[in-house]
Design a protein. Sequence first.
Length: 326
Amino acid sequence: MEFTCKESKRLDAAMSEALELPRNQVEKLIKNVGVFVDGKRIHKCSFKLNEGNVVSYEFVQADESPSSYEINFDVPILYEDDDLLVINKPPFLTVHGAPSVKEATLVDWLKFKGINLSTISGEERHGIVHRIDKETSGALVIAKNNEAHLSLSSQLEDKSMGRYYLAIIDLPLKDNIVVELPIGRSANNRLKMDVMRDGRMAKSAFAKLLTSRDGKKELIAAKLFTGRTHQIRVHLASLSRHILGDSLYGFKSQNGTIPRVMLHAYILYLKHPKTGQLLQITAPTWDDFDVCLIHHFSKEEVHEKITFDNIVNGFESCNRWMHKDS
């Protein structure tokens, strides 16, 4: 694919305009994949184009080199076609590699299975459009090619793709609520994020679903409109609420009986990158989450409340804010 530059302009600006994509997604394409200007590969976003320069780009496949770690686990596939894959990420599985990661990741598993992956996000993050924390489980979309990756990334930007989360918290909310507070890295603990005046703006909506038998816990749904690290956990902490198992943000441990943060990405919605069809995919909760649910809530009420319609309708009180940001 190629286009001819009509005026002097930075490479990233020209490509953003020609491809009708956000500048940050074009920057990833240039830096991680590279594009050609008059036949010469360029990895510099600020490269100056002149009128008549021909810009071309190719979407190479990810390197399928085997992982150095043993792959002794499997991951449930919820949806798959030639362009994308939706999986139900197990708890305790890291999505992609980093210097601190010493075990096989989801990306390692994807390569082990021989699944085609996009390359825009770089070698360690092949196929990864968005991520969830290691302890968090649930729905995650994987891009099989760069065209799909660019489309899905644009949907993240315009909020036409997103997720509804389930969380079990240690104190009921007073009401459904939208939290709009900036988040940045904590100055006191580099493992934590915190509400900070000079942080990046973040917006979350929380909806009440079910109060526990003893009235002390609550099952809630959460919907994000930005993608900051630990966003749900930080915004709940700002309300003096904490997810069960989340000792990092203030939950008081019950002798280690809760194995991880009780947070699950339950519903994923997106437009298919090729057909434009709306996909709404539900990721079943994992056994440890179910055990925690049944311990605190009535099994019959849980099945009644955790439905697609009930969760989506729980955010009706936030509709005016949602439409404002759409």
